[in-house]
Ligand binder design. Structure first.
Ligand code: FAD
Length: 446
């Protein structure tokens, strides 16, 4: 644990948002000796039977794990998850092919329940005497000059004004704290909704055993795709990603069954026709957004992290992992500045902004890879080459997916790596073609 036991409790912090990132951040700050208050607008999800929201399960990888380790729950989280050692690609005829993520050292990503993880993080936070959890409290106003924020109790309507040495917005993609930052001069922000949405379906436990275990299943269909991640109870959470126009064009049960029979014939009996109709027509597809900001800090006290700072489309499975890495980095910078909060917030933007933009771009790129490129021979050849070269030069040749998911290499460096690897491969192939062409000319001349 990262306990600063000899540190006197002289600093205070407020975290807005008790989602995955906010509840982890609270524990990290409390371990440092900060008196931390968490304000969350919803109720305590630990008291709810089932919490509504986005994806039911998530892929946890190295960056997320290293932050969980800091608060001592990495092993517990892994024991509540299912390892996924590769992608299992389903073609339209129902044939499958396994593509292992890391054939050289067998590293895996892990499917973990969002609600389980959020609850576990809140449990850890609550056990720390430095933490106060306030549910049903919504951030409604921010005064950057005085450093005071205003919260409203959803239950009683009571208004509360408060401040702290450090105020962190971990309040998600549509962050309230960020919306106040957006109104200040020189704060740049971009928000891109892609024209594809997603809908969650389910393969129930009784049929879950029919899917090959320990894989992330993908049904890549060029313009659209479906994926399935395993749950501990043997069920699978299935997510259908496709253009909103396509969702709109499927208007009745007949359209829907026809579409699934044509496009995902092997998945239909696993989901079940009746269940599919129920899921599909009782839920609306959700939108996917990518958000970038030119800074995350304000006035030496305020900071946004997680989706509030850099929401991304989910195709690299990195949104939560990157948010957890924000907490890890924040902790490191606080170590570096010896808890000089003002310098920390500025340094956080400086160190994180390029990296967050890089993973937002990579996540966008990976949608194309998952729904289309994985089916192409060039992808298979590249994967073979990557595996072969990674075996020979394990320290130098780290394939893009591995550097993103199995290391803490800065995201921008992962992209740089991929560029020079591409250049080397293109140069080698060009040289080979040149040598072969020269040989042919010479042989003909003889
Ligand atoms: P959130 O989870 O959105 O939490 C924000 C919290 O702030 C909420 O509890 C909210 O109630 C609260 N809040 C909001 N406004 C206020 C306010 N005004 N006052 C007080 N509280 C407030 N990531 C991965 O790493 N791996 C994956 O496999 C993966 N799969 C995904 C699949 C899908 C379909 C989607 C949509 C996302 C996926 N992600 C994945 C991304 C991941 O879900 C997010 O990056 C992560 O949830 C961000 O956590 P957060 O705490 O920053 O925000």
């Amino acid at each position: 644990r990262n306990y600063q036991q000899d540190r006197p409790l002289t600093k205070s912090a407020i975290v807005i948002g008790g989602g995955l990132v906010g509840s982890l951040c609270v524990s990290l700050l409390a371990q440092r000796g900060y008196k931390v208050t968490l304000f969350e607008k919803r109720g305590d999800i630990r008291k709810l039977e089932s919490a509504n929201g986005r994806s039911i399960n998530l892929a946890l990888s190295h960056r997320g794990r290293q932050a969980l380790k800091l608060i001592g729950i990495e092993d517990e989280a892994l024991s509540h998850s299912i390892s996924m050692k590769g992608r299992l690609l389903h073609n339209i005829n129902g044939h499958t092919k396994s593509v292992i993520y890391d054939p050289v050292s067998n590293q895996c990503i892990y499917s973990i329940g969002r609600n389980y993880l959020n609850r576990a993080l809140l449990d850890v936070a609550e056990k720390d005497p430095n933490v106060r959890l306030c549910f049903h409290h919504k951030l409604t106003d921010v005064d950057f000059q005085t450093g005071f924020i205003t919260l409203k109790s959803i239950k009683s309507g009571e208004i509360l004004q408060t401040t702290a040495d450090l105020i962190i917005g971990a309040d998600g993609a549509f962050s309230s704290l960020r919306s106040f930052m957006q109104k200040t001069a020189l704060f740049n922000f971009s928000q891109n909704f892609i024209d594809h949405g997603y809908l969650e379906l389910c393969i129930p436990p009784e049929r879950g055993g029919k899917l090959h275990p320990n894989h992330l299943h993908i049904w890549p269909r060029r313009e659209l795709m479906m994926i399935a991640l395993p749950n501990l109870d043997n069920s699978w959470t299935v997510t259908l990603f496709m253009p909103f126009k396509k969702f709109e064009s499927i208007r009745n049960s007949e359209n829907l069954l026809h579409f699934f029979n044509d496009i995902f014939p092997d998945a239909l009996p696993l989901i079940g026709e009746t269940e599919l109709k129920n899921f599909y027509f009782s839920n609306k597809p959700s939108a996917l957004v990518s958000i970038k900001c030119n800074r995350y800090d304000m006035n030496g006290k305020f900071l946004i992290i997680g989706d509030a700072a850099h929401a991304m489309v989910p195709f690299y499975g990195q949104g939560m992992n990157a948010g957890f890495e924000d907490c890890f980095l924040l902790n490191e910078i606080l170590n570096e500045t010896r808890d000089d909060v003002g310098r920390t917030t500025v340094l956080f933007t400086k160190k994180r902004q390029i990296e967050a933009n890089a993973i937002c771009d990579l996540a966008m790129y990976n949608y194309e890879e998952m729904r289309d490129l994985v089916t192409k021979p060039s992808f298979v050849i590249r994967k073979l080459l990557d595996t072969y070269l990674a075996k020979i030069f394990p320290r130098i040749w780290i394939p893009l997916y591995n550097s993103v998911s199995f290391s803490h290499m800065p995201y921008s460096k992962c992209i740089e790596n991929k560029h020079w690897q591409n250049q080397i491969l293109y140069a080698t192939f060009s040289l080979l073609i040149l040598v072969m062409a020269t040989l042919v000319v010479l042989l003909r001349a003889i």
